[in-house]
Design a protein around this ligand. Sequence first.
Ligand SMILES: Cc1cc2nc3c(=O)[nH]c(=O)nc-3n(C[C@H](O)[C@H](O)[C@H](O)COP(=O)(O)OP(=O)(O)OC[C@H]3O[C@@H](n4cnc5c(N)ncnc54)[C@H](O)[C@@H]3O)c2cc1C
Length: 409
Amino acid sequence: MIGRGSTMSESFDVAVIGGGIVGLAVGREITRRFPRMRLVVLEKEERVGMHQSGHNSGVIHSGVYYQPGSLKAKLCVAGAAAMVEFCREHGVPFAVCGKVIIATSEEQMPRLQNLLERGNRNGVPGLRMLRPEELPEFEPHASGVAALLVPGTGVTDYAKVCEKYAQLIVARGREVWTSAKVMKIRTHERKTVLETTRGDVEAGAVINCAGLFSDRISRMAGENPDVQVVPFRGEYYDLVPERAGLVKALIYPVPDPRFPFLGVHFTRRVHGNVDAGPNAMLAFKREGYSSGDFNLRDAVESVTFPGFWRVAVKHWRMGKDEAQRSVSKAAFVAGLQRLVPEVRAEDLVPGGSGVRAQAIHRSGALVDDFQFTQTKRMLHLYNVPSPAATASIAIGEAVVEMAAGAWGW
Ligand SMILES: Cc1cc2nc3c(=O)[nH]c(=O)nc-3n(C[C@H](O)[C@H](O)[C@H](O)COP(=O)(O)OP(=O)(O)OC[C@H]3O[C@@H](n4cnc5c(N)ncnc54)[C@H](O)[C@@H]3O)c2cc1C
């Protein structure tokens, strides 16, 4: 699957840093649009898709949540259709199973109504409000005062999508180097040299898709970005197989609009198991998948960034609730029981976890939309959180379009 690589210096027209779903989608799009361009994708791990892209909920989002006109809205709607098509064409498992977003109190009704309007403005097909008596037809064990049906939502296995993107890049004669960590970046007038653990790479242009490390890569290149990536760990529980029948497809709460995450939900995965989560806890290690994980450099970088404390002060109450859900299974279960009252603590066993890269602006604002920033010889993808896996094909197209404009390809 992986291109040859070497331990000597090699020259390319373009290097993509990061073999997650976004870097690979960008690489694949380059091979499609510019078949003669020499490309390498550099990934520090032994395999592609080992971080956010291989530790997520696997949902093909439809696009109801995002601000109309935003990149997230446009690229999610276009990307969801493209992802379904891609999975069908390349034999990646997927299911378009639909989901319900449930208001559990009258107070949440205006927000649910707002999601319907947003979704319609974003061009999400088939949205419909369900009355409480209609809900059992879709989710017999769920309860609420109303629900929004999102029929086009699906599930897939994004780790498999990553493998397929990489295979397609290599099949077109381009290179994907694994175990190639970018350690140092030297910029020259006409080229950039990336020192990697597999040797030096010279590139005319560099696209930084390093996910949880995209800000650090930018600083390595001598830049001073306005944003800092802050890691948020999300923990899952699995429903034991004998209780998986409580959930037919996907059951989501109405999200709190002040917070960038969707709230703990139930997901029937593409392989049939059901999980619940993820919560969202500030993490002190960028790739720290366990609650005790700590990395001094990552922690110091977070807390010394000016915007961090502004975010912490603004969101402390939500943070407190999430922390409670992290340390107390009872609090986690109570959140889930609002959606499916029959679920009990003994139905849930600890599952996996993932770490989200969320960019925070120096001013203290959480960066809401996708953010791509171009400098002279580099393009940085600083903020590509959910729904970036769904939207990856459309992100690849948008980023390559930007690169083509910037560098006259
Ligand atoms: C818990 C969780 C649930 C989610 N659920 C969904 C969902 O259901 N649907 C959805 O659409 N999205 C979801 N997302 C979001 C989605 O997974 C991410 O937006 C997407 O995977 C981001 O892809 P990426 O390629 O930018 O990052 P990553 O997958 O993290 O890839 C970045 C890569 O860069 C590499 N790298 C870093 N530094 C270097 C270096 N110095 N040299 C070489 N390589 C380097 C890393 O090893 C990594 O492989 C979820 C995310 C999480 C964490």
